[in-house]
Design a protein around this ligand. Structure first.
Ligand code: CU1
Ligand code: CU1
Ligand code: CU1
Ligand code: CU1
Length: 142
């Protein structure tokens, strides 16, 4: 039997299986929320950039494509680095999350400009804002 697990349950389960989970100083929910938001942002920004490439007005979307590609790359790496729990260097987490806040804000700001005429930009901007918020909440706890 195959069961589809929601991504937040899987992320939470894998964190629980870490042998050193008792030594973790960061609240699990903040961590899970941030990893999940980053994974969503990676997916949505990748799709947003790709959809933009196929739009007839693509030359007007160059900046948003660039922002989305940067955002998806940084969010992907953030989700990976936050997933790793063995011998965490907190200063690396802090720097990574700060970078993620910056790219998400830059991407959302650009995609918001196109949100009124493109649904994919509206979804992308909202997803990036959610990720920015989750990263900020985690940053305060680091
Ligand atoms: Cu993020
Ligand atoms: Cu984005
Ligand atoms: Cu976008
Ligand atoms: Cu993003």
């Amino acid at each position: 039997m195959t069961t589809t697990q929601s991504i937040d349950r899987l992320v939470r389960r894998m964190l629980e299986l870490h042998p050193r989970k008792e030594t973790r100083t960061v609240d699990d929910t903040l961590l899970v929320d941030c990893i999940e938001a980053c994974l969503e942002c990676t997916e949505v920004c990748t799709a947003c950039a790709d959809i933009s490439l196929a739009e007839p007005m693509v030359t007007e979307l160059v900046t948003s494509i660039r922002r989305c590609l940067d955002c998806s790359a940084v969010c992907r790496v953030t989700s990976e680095i936050l997933t790793r729990q063995t011998d965490t260097a907190l200063e690396v987490w802090q720097a990574q999350v700060k970078d993620c806040i910056a790219v998400c804000d830059a991407c959302a700001t650009e995609c918001e400009k196109h949100a009124a005429h493109h649904e994919h930009h509206r979804i992308c901007a909202e997803t990036c804002r959610r990720c920015e918020d989750a990263c900020k909440r985690l940053a305060q706890a680091l």
